[in-house]
Design a protein around this ligand. Sequence first.
Ligand code: UDP
Ligand code: MG
Length: 320
Amino acid sequence: MHRDLLTVVIAAFNEAQALPALHPRIAAVLDELAVEVDGRVLYVDDGSSDGTWDVLLGIANGDARVSLLRLSRNFGKEAALTAGLDRVEEGAAMILDADGQDPPELIPRFVEKWREGHDDVHGTRSGREGESWLKKATAHAFYRVMQRLSKTPIPTDTGDFRLLSPRALAALRQLRERHRFMKGLFGWVGFRQVSIPYQREARLAGNSKFSFWRLWNFALEGITSFSTAPLRLATYLGVLTALLAFVYAVWIVFKALLWGDAVAGYPSMMAVILFLGGVQLVALGMIGEYLGRLYEESKQRPLYLVDSWRPALRVCSDGV
Ligand code: UDP
Ligand code: MG
């Protein structure tokens, strides 16, 4: 019987504690699915420094379905995922976090939707456990702002927990931009999308790798990669201040004609200069953000470098 191929792709950065607890859960789910789906697992070690690689080697030695990829340093989750997805040559891919926050037990539901003909099955968080209210609130706001700003549809409260069909995967592989805001890239690809609501669990072990500063930069990345609205905002801000300045100029001239022009007005002059200076700096900063990204893009560097690649021991498993 023909079975579809599914590779579970997991980016791991310093997850030595969480992985030993996670892998048996994935293995159990794949065993359960084995009748319909030929399941594989691909772990990408994103330059970990805590023995994650040794843990992964142990896992791969004990499970012939597991292949491993190690990057030359920490490139960030988005690049690590790209590296993993690039190695999925056949079949569909299922993206999962290494910390157990995306429960592997839901994979059969994703597979079911895929088999119904969907290309991008994504998990939408209906609740998040073990995360502070501040993180939840900022994440909530971020998704709403993104949706308003971007022309690309980006589903709200949806992370990287998703299944991509072979054709969605092939499409994604064509997008080689350096500043990779994966959520946006998935949305850009389109095809048949469907969401599965799920409860996001607390981490199995360790701490989140995304500090608030990193999340803030991530948000900037998303906005500048998928929207030019800030540039337009700069234009509007400029027009608005020019209008205000014009009205004010008319008022000054009018006042001078009516009541004469005694040299005064240091406070108002200072206020105007400082205000204009501020507006100009903000606008320049916005242009700078885009220019910087353009510069990065123009260098055409590879998205990641591979240190080692260990293919799965089991190559063809049909009929095993
Ligand atoms: N991750 C990665 N490279 C990084 C940071 C994180 O591969 O530079 C992985 C991490 O190991 C985990 C996933 O990305 O599997 C999500 O990270 P984390 O749980 O820290 O983020 P959060 O769930 O708090 O948003
Ligand atoms: Mg996490």
